[in-house]
Design a binder for this molecule. Structure first.
Ligand SMILES: NC(=O)c1ccc[n+]([C@@H]2O[C@H](COP(=O)([O-])OP(=O)(O)OC[C@H]3O[C@@H](n4cnc5c(N)ncnc54)[C@H](O)[C@@H]3O)[C@@H](O)[C@H]2O)c1
Length: 396
């Protein structure tokens, strides 16, 4: 056969081989598509089943659990509730006195808790404190990255240090915690990492731009980490849980804006901690407090942005600015009508003084309404926390 004939034959054979590969690839894609359809239906079925019959809550009795920001708020409540469920607690806080108070309360009830002063935004301190914990407590099988800060005012009122601090404490610290504790979890093929997010990690909120951005980042971090651990050849048995609470009565959000406080009001830290522990013990990947918010959000989020925005505007939930935003305001008289829905007459910017509440709720020292509209007490999210009598007594 001539050279030209040979080339022609090779080209023909190559062509049929490529055709075969193309047909084979098409067949593989079709087979994957069929399998995907079955898997999709099965996973939706599994999710429904999980909602109807929630999984059994796992035991934590052999677990040593580390909680950051355990001196106050949600972290303190998590520590108090977990004390009776786990082997030992390692409690971290930048404020060691508050942390010791939490530990004392736990020890008084027969629980085991050790306190460590640690600024979680500082890598060296985190790594050193982690070594100390390993020596004194032993293997930490679960960490709850809870400590966080929430400055609440318009984005341009945040100073550069404040923005950096939000990211250092709320986001970067998670990397130092991973560096300190993940390797041992992988080596022991056992671990659970929980991150306390926020509803502002799902829906951006005014006056909370850096905070919201930091919580979006934490959500991304946890999702990406989950992917990475799933692809890890060692297949480590490490669970990740991210929980997004709505506003909790720890004093971080001093001026909540709530349109329907009976439906979605300020949560008690005891309740928030209980729901977070439930999500952890059920090995949930992601959860909200209250629990119905996340599934509702997932459904509503599939709507076009404008439609989603309308619903968000209707709910009108969030936080009014405090601290810097009200500097320079003088106290002005307020008009208070004591009807079933008490109303503050808002034409100028009234300021209401009120006291510290006996139930431990951090009540604002001043209430400053900047919106030029009539708002009810329930709008301000104080429904059930303030009553008309108190308002009359304390208003100037
Ligand atoms: N309170 C809310 O409305 C709310 C809502 C959703 C999510 N969250 C999130 O829940 C978590 C806890 O919030 P909270 O309201 O209980 O706060 P909190 O202010 O009541 O308590 C936070 C604790 O963390 C400690 N802390 C602060 N910076 C630290 C640092 N650099 N290193 C170590 N400890 C530090 C504080 O000393 C404090 O004891 C935060 O991540 C917050 O973003 C809070």
């Amino acid at each position: 056969m001539s050279l030209f004939g040979n080339i022609h034959l090779i080209a023909k054979q190559l062509h049929s081989a490529m055709l075969l590969i193309a047909i084979y690839s098409l067949f593989i894609v079709l087979a994957d598509l069929v399998s995907l359809q079955f898997k999709l239906v099965f996973s939706i079925f599994q999710v429904i089943l999980r909602i109807v019959f929630p999984p059994k809550e796992k035991s934590l009795k052999n677990e040593n659990i580390l909680i950051t920001g355990a001196g106050h708020g949600i972290g303190r409540e998590l520590a108090l509730q977990l004390a009776g469920l786990c082997n030992q607690l390692a409690l971290w806080d930048i404020d060691i006195d508050k942390c010791e108070e939490t530990a004392k309360a736990i020890r008084a009830k027969g629980g085991k808790a050790e306190c460590y002063k640690c600024d979680i935004s500082d890598r060296t301190t985190v790594l050193e404190t982690a070594s100390k914990v390993r020596r004194e407590v032993g293997f930490i099988g679960m960490i709850i990255n809870n400590a966080g800060v929430v400055p609440i005012h318009p984005v341009l009122d945040h100073n550069p240090q404040e923005i950096k601090r939000v990211f250092e404490i709320n986001v970067i610290s998670h990397f130092w915690m991973l560096e300190a504790f993940l390797p041992a979890m992988i080596a022991n093929n056992h671990g659970h990492i929980c991150a306390i997010g926020s509803m502002t990690a799902l829906v951006g909120s005014s006056n909370l731009v850096p905070y919201s951005a930091s919580k979006f980042a934490v959500r991304g971090l946890m999702q990406a980490l989950e992917e990475e651990l799933q692809e890890d050849a060692r297949k480590p048995k490490i669970h990740l849980t991210t929980v997004h609470p709505f506003i909790v009565n720890t004093g971080q959000v001093q001026r909540p804006r709530l349109r329907f406080p009976r439906l979605l009001g300020v949560l008690k830290s005891e309740y928030a901690a209980k729901e977070i522990i439930k999500a952890i013990r059920r090995n949930e990947h992601e959860a909200s407090v209250p629990g119905w918010l996340l599934p509702l959000h997932n459904i509503v989020r599939s709507l076009p942005m404008e439609t989603f925005g309308l619903l968000k505007g209707f709910m009108d939930s969030g936080a009014e600015a405090h601290e810097g935003a009200w500097h320079g305001d003088a106290l002005r008289p307020i008009i208070l009508r004591q009807h079933s829905t008490p109303v503050l007459g808002i034409n100028q910017s009234p300021v209401l003084r009120h006291t510290h509440h006996k139930n431990g709720f951090h009540r604002p020292q001043m209430l400053h309404v900047t919106r030029q509209r009539q708002i009810s007490i329930s709008d301000l999210g104080l429904h059930g926390l303030l009553n008309g009598k108190e308002l009359t007594q304390t208003a100037k």
